[in-house]
Write a protein that binds this ligand. Structure first.
Ligand code: BGC
Length: 485
């Protein structure tokens, strides 16, 4: 039985056992986090009350889903929306005929990767990869400097492989919101995560990269420009043809899916033969127009105020790994202000890895590592086992909300696509390292889209392998004489 079918069964059993269906309040309850169990019942009740705005019930999630659907429609129609709904011009997924040698670049985090990949009959035969660190000066300085550095890295990589005289097609995974004009061109809309380079307004990032590569006399042509979600979808579809959605749940978060071409208004290329096309939603910006203000808490306000790019990427700040550690910190600080927690964690001492650690220990019924991490973060020896349980509870509440919100997006897409079964390819550090996020997502997606069969699968390295596969798809279409998208 597939994982999706198992999910479906589990939820059906819960419903039959009286947790849903007939009594709507019971269905609502299925979304609540596990209650806080402390010997001091009064303290537990006060903490639960203080965090109640972070606990979303079923009807709130349905409201988020309705808003998401409206924003999707508006975005596709090019009406005002917080969702970019960008046409990626990727109309085909792998079919096992992908061939050739490609370079792939992966830019999105503090590490930049250059990859060489060789494909034969859709299979990866050979792969070489080199990582380069992108320092603060490059991430926050002039865009030209960053792109010159990227080209230097490509040159260094090729020299290290003795391939600097060879000819290559390149797939550029640029994990930021773009306005795409074709499969190989697009402008940055805004930086996100930890990047904020100047001088990039209206600049085509593929053309800029091409210029920097050509200036180094490298015979490398940028053939495709893609987002990491697109790469993840493509890499996932290479493993399972049922993949129709790609999701990143890592430092940042985003999703893409295969949409009917007829529902997409933004086309700058002839597309009469295109049936479906991959749409990059850019759900990190969901709510930037205020449409999700009903969810926002004072803790979110603090996370936003302390972020690099204030008042943007609202949704990403609820779910992205870049922000969950700050959310844990500010929530514990608020409890400390109210006398419900003994100490204030120092800013940026608790990271998203701590959210995962606290959740992991909570699942195992342990507290020792939680306690020592808290003592270090708060610079205090005053913390007790009960305090560690409180911190684990906060980590659980914010993880639960993150899982719920991503699940709203995925379940809305499942309904929209309305296929008998859709596999969802997921990548990203939060999905891979958080001990219960996948389980929570399976549960919530099934509760929110009970009539739709799905499974979540890990699709690793969409930014590398997916990029090379996309370049191979573009090459395959060109040899078939399909008009260039
Ligand atoms: C970017 C997206 C990207 C996501 C995951 C977000 O901050 O806007 O384009 O897909 O991070 O890397």
């Amino acid at each position: 039985m597939s994982a999706a079918v198992e999910n479906q069964r589990t939820v059906e059993i819960e419903l039959v056992n009286g947790h849903g269906g007939a009594d709507p309040r019971k269905w609502e309850d299925l979304f609540l986090p596990t209650p806080l169990k402390l010997e001091n019942r009064l303290r537990a009740q006060k903490i639960e009350a203080r965090l109640s705005k972070l606990m979303l019930c079923g009807s709130t999630l349905r409201r988020v889903a309705e808003v998401f659907e409206k924003e999707i429609e508006a975005g596709l129609r090019q009406q005002p929306s917080s969702l970019q709904m960008e046409n990626t011009y990727v109309p085909e997924l792998p079919d096992g005929t992908e061939e050739g040698s490609f370079l792939a670049l992966d830019l999105g985090g503090t590490n930049f990767r250059v990859l060489f990949l060789e494909l034969k009959a859709g299979q990866l035969l050979r792969e070489k990869v080199k990582h380069y660190h992108i320092n603060d000066a490059l991430r926050l300085g002039p865009g030209e400097d960053l792109f010159n550095f990227l080209a230097d890295c490509v040159q260094d990589f090729l020299v290290s492989q003795s391939m600097e005289k060879e000819t290559f097609s390149l797939g550029f995974t640029f994990s930021f919101p773009m306005r795409q004009h074709s499969i190989s061109s697009g402008e940055l809309i805004t930086w996100t995560k930890s990047f904020n380079c100047g001088g990039m307004d209206g600049v085509d990032v593929a053309a800029l990269l091409q210029r920097c590569l050509s200036a180094r006399s490298l015979d490398v042509t940028v053939r495709v420009l893609l987002n990491d979600t697109t790469g993840t979808l493509v890499a996932g579809a290479h493993i399972d043809r049922n993949v129709g959605i790609g999701v990143i749940l890592g430092t940042g978060s985003n999703g893409c899916y295969m949409e009917r071409a007829s529902r997409v208004l933004h086309w700058e290329r002839p597309h009469s033969a295109v049936h479906d096309v991959c749409i990059d939603i850019e759900w990190g910006a969901f709510g930037d127009n205020g449409c999700l203000d009903f969810l926002r808490t004072e803790f979110d306000d603090e996370v936003d105020a302390k972020s690099l790019l204030v008042a943007s990427f609202t949704f990403e700040k609820y779910i992205g790994g870049k922000y969950l550690g700050d959310l844990l910190t500010f929530t514990l600080s608020a409890l400390a202000r109210d006398g419900l927690f003994p100490a204030d964690p120092n800013f940026r001492k608790l990271q998203t890895s701590h959210v995962s650690l606290f959740e992991e220990e909570s699942c195992a019924g342990e507290v020792s590592r939680t306690l020592s991490a808290l003592r270090e973060a708060c610079n205090s020896d005053l913390l007790s086992t009960a305090d560690a349980l409180v911190a684990q509870y906060v980590a659980h509440v914010i993880s639960n909300r993150a899982a719920q919100l991503v699940s709203v997006c995925i379940s809305t897409l499942l309904k929209r696509m309305d296929r008998p079964y859709v596999a969802v390819a997921v990548d990203g550090s939060v999905f891979k390292h958080h001990p219960r996020i996948a389980k929570l997502m399976n549960k919530y997606i099934a509760l929110l889209a009970p009539a739709h069969q799905f499974s979540l699968m890990i699709a690793e390295d969409g930014s590398g392998k997916g990029s090379a596969l996309t370049a191979a798809i573009a090459a395959r279409m060109a040899t078939r004489g399909v008009a260039r998208l």
